[in-house]
Design a protein around this ligand. Structure first.
Ligand SMILES: [Zn+2]
Length: 79
């Protein structure tokens, strides 16, 4: 199939759920695994059940949405 999954992953780190484009190991980023987040930080992942209940990082959320968006021709929204 041609379905292409998003090329970023969510990763809980430093009290928030961030997104990262770093290659994710099959079972997820292990705790202590340092990833480059979309909000521009280098953070150590916390792969615990509790960490997934943390709030989403707003900056990562915005950037993830930008990445996920299909690029549209600017002409459509220019006026
Ligand atoms: Zn973030």
């Amino acid at each position: 199939m041609m379905y292409r999954p998003h090329f970023f992953s969510w990763v809980p780190a430093d009290g928030l759920r961030h997104a990262s484009t770093d290659a994710k190991p099959f079972r997820g980023y292990p705790t202590g695994f340092v990833v480059a987040t979309l909000c521009g930080h280098q953070l150590a992942a916390e792969n615990t059940d509790l960490a997934w209940f943390w709030e989403t990082c707003r900056t990562c959320d915005d950037k993830a949405h930008e990445l996920a968006k299909t690029p549209t021709p600017p002409a459509a929204s220019a006026r």
